[in-house]
Design a protein around this ligand. Structure first.
Ligand code: ADP
Ligand code: MG
Length: 676
């Protein structure tokens, strides 16, 4: 949260503020020169004129041309913010934060004042805010409170080519409101050239092209496929470092854990080389890192040194880092995959598309000729990669979006104005799940439960868990668990040289084989008892940063509980009550132990295993519910709680019958599998 409104400190803040302001002003004057050098600058007036003439404009421009940072400022300069805020949506949290920080510098204002950002569980805006960067998902949620978005004069749907689920839904909604709000301007901006499609969708809106500057990029492929792309990426980067002329390196990896491993490997392999090689400045882009700490990525590399940026897809088009001359592209990204037949969703490391590969390569040729090292063969590129990434709406669970649209009063989902419609099967599956969770009734109308669930910016199963906690009188415990789950898998800290200690510390929270959800609750409660102590985190191998985030999220969930009029009650001694709440939301994720030590999901039989990081990995309870499935070397269930099978029938009688929980072993296990 921005420290804008800290009541007690007003005087101090204001004194500090005027000093800060003069400093910020001179910094912004210095940045003005840089702004004038951006490719978009010569088109400023033409762009403003076009928007004057048209309500909807599609804008296309190479990454780094200045679309995201400059256009909202231009609009502000000519007065659009007099009639409302300018919203600029980003598919990624880090992009929204980082760009807002940059623009606040350029405008010489404090972040959170005139320029702010809003991402899930973090609102860094104030009364003063006129330019608001936000995730596409947050703008979607704003429709719930303000269906005509009356507080805005301009909506810029940025990074439209990413085609995230939220962006696709936003398209339909903003197109709709633009019809009865002629004063609202709409900008759809994209880094790729398939703008025709956007233009067609928005009733032939004109396309405004910003010519980019692009230098040639030399593309290198490997001769044979790489067995271990992470290792290959490190080796390649170090080779670049010792053999190539100055210029920074950008490496594309698939996720946080991989970035951390890569950082570790780079440090290890350069250690001891001392002055034999030039200094290598390692800059991981961390999705959980606060804005100030991310700043290092954008700082110019010190003379004589070389910077190596370890990034996920975010650096493909969302963030531009100046000075990159070499790109290392292993050819993978992490993608959500969904099977509408079974309703199973999992995160999968998958090959990127040709379009992505081109974007990645392009990052090296922005300021001069560049080189791209692809860690796959030319044959792979031409024959195995898809041309384009499939839009998320066609490969994801739609339950969340369906619940939201229903709350907005949009009932006919089949005929919603989708740019690319999802499969009918996936829509039906979402309706089916929401019905099973009692969010919708038989006619597909929102129920009271559904209405309450929609208030929470969480996955419907998790929202249902919270709503159900009212019945089991443990809402206070459940929101702690929900907050901890929302932080992701970055609670426990396991340094390489102290793994045994870290694992022992972790086991403490699992005493009694309470399961992962309750272990998370214990972590949270113990930290709270320690008075939110940093020392306690340190001693218990817990990441303080993640805990603080959990506390923030929990505070917000507490506020939402009040909104849906659920009393805050703790019941931490009745573990069964807590487990039943969890089962009330996650019963579609239940699985039963098989004779071979694996598990099989109940409703749509699929094999899965308990993730080795789970406290129940050695215990192997017969019945479990899991939070999520991840596919690495095997299909793993992460965050497990033990369950009594009769609960399923008690909690979800419309979903499970006695025969499901009695016969699932004998009926669904193929003969002989138990002998393996
Ligand atoms: P586009 O949206 O067209 O890809 P941007 O507006 O994001 O372009 O970027 C324009 C310029 O602003 C780039 O040169 C980039 O390096 C710079 N920039 C953007 N964000 C930051 C930041 N957080 N810190 C420093 N420079 C930034
Ligand atoms: Mg941009």
């Amino acid at each position: 949260k921005a420290s804008v409104m800290d009541g007690d400190n007003v005087c101090y803040e204001e004194m500090d503020d005027s000093f800060q302001k003069s400093k910020a002003k001179s910094a912004s004057e210095a940045l003005l020169e840089e702004r004038k050098k951006l490719p978009i600058y010569p088109y400023r007036d033409e762009l403003l004129k076009a928007l004057d003439d048209h309500q909807v404009l599609v804008i296309v421009g190479e990454t780094g041309s200045g679309k995201t940072t400059q256009i909202p400022q231009y609009l502000h300069e000519v007065g659009y913010t007099k009639h409302g805020m300018i919203a600029c949506t980003q598919p990624r949290r880090v992009a929204a934060m980082s760009v807002a920080a940059r623009v606040s510098q350029e405008m010489g204002v404090k972040l959170g004042h005139e320029v702010g950002y809003s991402i899930r569980f973090e609102d860094c805006t104030s009364e003063k805010t006129i330019v608001k960067y936000m995730t596409d998902g947050m703008l979607l949620r704003e429709f719930l409170g303000e269906p005509d978005l009356a507080s805005y004069s301009v909506i810029m749907v940025d990074e439209a080519h990413e085609r995230t689920l939220s962006t696709d839904i936003l398209f339909g909604l903003v197109k709709d409101i633009s019809r009865f709000r002629p004063d609202l301007k709409l900008l759809i901006s994209s880094a790729t050239l398939d703008a025709e499609k956007f233009s067609d969708y928005f009733d032939s809106a004109p396309i405004f092209k910003i010519p980019g500057r692009r230098y040639p990029v030399e593309i290198n492929f490997t001769k044979a496929p790489e067995a271990d792309y992470l290792d290959a990426a490190i080796v390649t980067s170090l080779q670049i470092h010792v053999t190539q002329p100055p210029g920074d390196i950008l490496v594309f990896l698939t996720g946080q854990e991989e970035i951390e491993t890569a950082e570790e490997m780079l440090k290890q392999r350069t250690r001891g080389l001392g002055s034999k090689i030039a200094e290598l400045v390692i800059c991981p882009i961390d999705a959980n890192l606060p804005t100030e700490l991310q700043a290092k990525i954008f700082q110019p590399t010190p003379g004589g040194a070389r910077k190596i940026v370890l990034a996920t897809n975010i650096a493909e088009t969302s963030l531009t880092i100046d000075g990159i001359k070499y790109v290392v592209d292993p050819g993978f990204c992490k993608m959500k995959c969904y099977n509408p037949r079974t309703g199973m969703e999992s995160l999968l490391v998958t090959p990127i598309s040709k379009a992505s590969a081109m974007q990645r390569a392009g990052r090296s040729g922005r300021t001069g000729p560049g080189k791209c090292f692809r860690l796959y063969t030319a044959y792979n590129f031409h024959n195995d990669l898809d041309d384009n990434t499939v839009p998320e709406i066609q490969r994801t669970n739609l339950a969340n979006v369906v619940l939201m649209l229903k709350s907005l009063g949009i009932h006919d989902l089949i005929h919603f104005d989708f740019m690319d419609p999802p499969s009918v099967e996936a829509l039906l599956k979402a309706l089916e799940l929401l019905f099973a969770l009692s969010a919708l009734n038989k006619d597909g109308d929102l129920t009271k439960v559904g209405r309450r669930m929609a208030e929470f910016p969480l996955d419907p199963m998790l929202s249902k868990t919270i709503v159900a906690s009212e019945k089991y009188k443990c809402s206070a415990d459940i929101i702690s668990i929900a907050a901890m789950l929302s932080v992701g898998n970055s609670i426990f800290y396991r340094p390489k040289d102290k793994q045994v200690h870290a694992d022992n510390a972790r086991l403490n929270f699992h005493i009694g084989n309470v399961g992962d959800h309750i272990a998370l609750l214990k972590v949270y409660n113990s930290w709270k008892e320690s008075n939110y102590s940093a020392q306690w985190c340190y001693e218990n191998y817990i990441q303080l940063r993640s805990m603080k985030r959990a506390r923030d999220i929990r505070d917000q969930l507490e506020g939402l509980l009040e909104r849906v009029e659920i009393e805050l009650i703790s019941n931490s001694n009745d573990l069964d009550a807590i487990k039943k709440s969890i089962a009330s939301g996650f019963f579609p994720h239940s699985a039963r132990l098989q004779k071979n030590g694996g598990y099989q999901t109940i409703k749509h039989p699929q094999t899965a295993h308990i993730h080795p990081s789970s406290g129940l990995a050695e215990v192997l309870p017969i019945w479990v519910v899991y939070h999520e499935l991840v596919l690495t070397t095997k299909e793993y269930m992460r965050q497990i709680t033990e369950l009594k099978p009769n609960w399923l029938v008690e909690i979800a009688p419309h979903y499970y019958q006695l025969k499901d929980v009695e016969e699932s072993v004998s009926k669904k296990l193929p003969r002989g599998e138990g002998r393996a």
